[in-house]
Design a binder for this molecule. Structure first.
Ligand SMILES: C[S@@+](CC[C@H](N)C(=O)[O-])C[C@H]1O[C@@H](n2cnc3c(N)ncnc32)[C@H](O)[C@@H]1O
Length: 278
């Protein structure tokens, strides 16, 4: 696998993400886009933009959009699909160091389904939020939706269990998690700690139907989003065994009785915070 600018494994593939596993991530976004309230004069920074489906939807309503993501795979796909939009490879764990973005000129910073990845490392969490702050004009807004405490908890727990059954110590399995799923209070504290004023926030359970085709479903989900967990296993056979166990365990948990569709309990955390006028 390729790596990100800061040397982490680039687990992302636009084809797996946007086509096979999770097209719903970019489309089940009406509420957060309403909260963003795009205006014709807005200049917006999209943090963790992925392959650009949602960015492009918003870009057609605003003056300027700059989209950033740590994955070269995602940004390559973004450039191919939307060659006229400005998309850049940036590891937002160090957003505060990016002088081309921390210009105090953006009206809004937007992020969908990305902060729970970007904020995973507690040592760099403040950098990201400070970077958002420094990118904004005074009065500008940070508008985000990401995973909340308990997000996809059944999958998260099943993956850790499967790793333990493959001989991985439980603390090592837990630490391999690529996600930070905070409570609303923890997110509020983080954001306020970097100078923002918290305007609104909410947590919502969204039982989400997974895709059905080849490469998708719960197996595709675990292989793509759980890649950082799986890579601590030594062999492809062990990874296949772990994935098989996760799928079998979840089979008894996620099937809807009335139509047999497979769902995962997503819990979303949305908020809007403001960089106060000087
Ligand atoms: C689930 S996707 C969401 C993509 C897009 N916002 C959407 O709504 O479809 C999460 C994205 O976060 C990006 N990401 C993860 N860690 C990152 C980091 N440290 N800096 C920037 N982007 C990151 C991934 O590369 C991936 O494209």
């Amino acid at each position: 696998m390729a790596s990100t600018p800061t040397g982490k494994t680039d687990i992302w593939s636009a084809d797996a993400y946007g086509t096979k596993v999770a097209p719903f991530v970019a489309t089940l976004t009406n509420k957060i886009v309403q909260w963003l309230d795009p205006q014709p004069q807005d200049e917006i920074l999209d943090v963790g933009c992925g392959e650009g489906v949602l960015t492009a939807r918003i870009a057609s309503h605003v003056k300027r959009m700059v989209a950033v993501d740590a994955s070269a795979n995602m940004i390559d796909s973004f450039h191919q699909t939307y060659p006229t939009l400005d998309a850049r490879v940036v590891d937002c764990q160090y957003l505060d160091k990016d002088t081309s973005l921390c210009t105090g000129t953006f009206d809004k910073v937007f992020s969908n389904a990305a902060l729970h990845w970007i904020l995973r490392d507690e040592n760099t969490r403040a950098n990201t939020i400070k970077g958002c702050f420094d990118a904004l004009k005074p009065g500008g807004l940070l508008v985000s939706e990401s995973g909340a405490l308990g997000n996809v908890a059944e999958v998260h727990a099943a993956i850790i269990g499967a790793l333990v059954h493959q001989g991985i110590p439980v603390d090592v399995a837990r630490n391999a998690s690529p996600w930070w799923f905070p409570s609303l209070e923890a997110m509020k504290n983080l954001v306020e700690g970097q100078g923002f004023r918290w305007l609104r926030g909410e947590v919502e359970l969204r039982q989400t139907e997974l895709t059905k085709g080849d490469g998708g479903g719960i197996e595709g989900w675990v292989r793509l989003f759980g890649a950082n967990f799986l890579e601590i296993l030594a062999t492809p056979e062990q990874r296949d065994e772990a994935v098989k166990e996760v799928v079998e365990v979840l089979e008894g948990v996620g099937r809807r009785q009335h139509d047999g569709a497979f769902t995962v309990n997503y819990i979303r955390l949305r908020f809007v915070a403001q960089k106060q006028l000087a």
